[in-house]
Design a binder for this molecule. Structure first.
Ligand SMILES: *Cc1c(COP(=O)(O)O)cnc(C)c1O
Length: 324
């Protein structure tokens, strides 16, 4: 990937003249089944450009309470676009119940904002949305006159898990945002896909939010390697997550949720979690900040021995604790 970046042919992408960016964009939209694509620095910016394109000031989008596009993007849609979120709880399978969505769509009445867009997330905390649900969501938005956006930051984890072409998952969506970073291993970069008109508008918004980059082919080259070489490999991350869940499942103090594609969640008492995190950190394992629900994510830098190490260190922690 570093070699591809070093050798990338570049131009000024603000003028649309970077051949490597253009190649990444055409590869992406072809692969995901859309007319056009736009390379952006991050998934957050990609989702923001999508929201700004679908919704005008005063419009509303329906979104999961814990969705990245609502909870974890600094309120960008509201700050930059004056777009109001209508959050709903996710169901346990990561879907939004379409009857509940229907119930929050605002009537055409000056008391209310205009509900414009439904945002789904796939995978949602590692959970792949059921394929028949996706079809129902597409028919639903058509019948309600809404647009449909997919935060597909981890969409390839879903396609690999279901063993289907990614375009079978994105079909019928008006726009999809995909991360080339994270599991696919690029240092930065996301692509937003949609119709030609949609991407033209999103391109304007990308400039507004400061995402117009110049010799961006250097980073786009990493995105090309990510798409060409890292997608099939995700199956290994899923196998690692399964091995991790399996290895931890016999520890009585832990409640293991997963594997969900490349994620495993652990619930334990906050006091124990704190000791556990300190203990494993001393042994080179860093676990994220949450108090009582630990999220463990496998990716290309985690190998099979790492999984064994993590399981053994976790077991050692609880063994020492129970002996004390
Ligand atoms: C990581 C992530 C994003 C945003 O990506 P960044 O590149 O970190 O801005 C969006 N949605 C989901 C579901 C993510 O996991």
């Amino acid at each position: 990937m570093r070699a591809a970046m070093a050798q990338a042919e570049v131009g000024d992408d603000v003028y649309g003249e970077d051949p490597t960016v253009n190649r990444l964009q055409s590869m992406s939209c072809e692969r995901l089944g859309f007319e056009a694509a736009l390379f952006v620095p991050s998934g957050t910016q990609s989702n923001l450009c999508a929201l700004l394109t679908h919704c005008r000031r005063g419009d509303e989008y329906v979104v999961g309470q814990m969705a990245h596009t609502y909870r974890y993007e600094g309120g960008g849609a509201a700050i930059v676009g004056g777009i109001q979120p209508q959050p709903l709880e996710f169901e346990t399978d990561g879907t939004l119940d379409l009857d509940k969505v229907a119930a929050v769509i605002k009537p055409d009445d000056p008391h209310f904002t205009k509900t414009r867009l439904l945002c789904l997330e796939n995978t949602q905390w590692g959970k792949t949305l059921p394929l028949d649900y996706l079809q129902r969501a597409v028919s639903f938005v058509r019948s309600k006159g809404l647009f449909l956006h997919l935060d597909g930051a981890r969409i390839f984890n879903a396609s690999v898990a279901h063993n289907v072409d990614v375009s079978d998952i994105t079909r019928g969506f008006d726009s999809v945002s995909v991360c080339l970073s994270k599991g696919l291993g690029a240092p930065v970069g996301s692509v937003l896909c949609g119709s030609k008109d949609f991407i033209e508008q999103a391109h304007r918004w990308r400039k507004v939010v400061g995402g117009g980059m110049r010799q961006a082919g250097i980073v786009a080259a990493a995105g090309i390697v990510a798409l060409e070489e890292q997608v099939d490999r995700l199956a290994q991350d899923h196998a690692h997550a399964a091995a991790l869940a399996d290895g931890l499942t016999n520890i009585d103090e832990l409640s293991v949720d997963g594997p969900h594609t490349n994620m495993v969640f652990l619930t334990l008492s906050p006091a124990v979690a704190q000791d556990l995190k300190a203990y494993v950190r001393k042994r080179g394992i860093i676990v994220g900040p949450t108090a009582d629900r630990l999220r463990m994510v496998t990716h290309l830098d985690v190998c099979t021995e790492d999984i064994t190490t993590v399981v053994n260190v976790f077991k050692a922690f609880f063994a020492a604790r129970n002996a004390a």
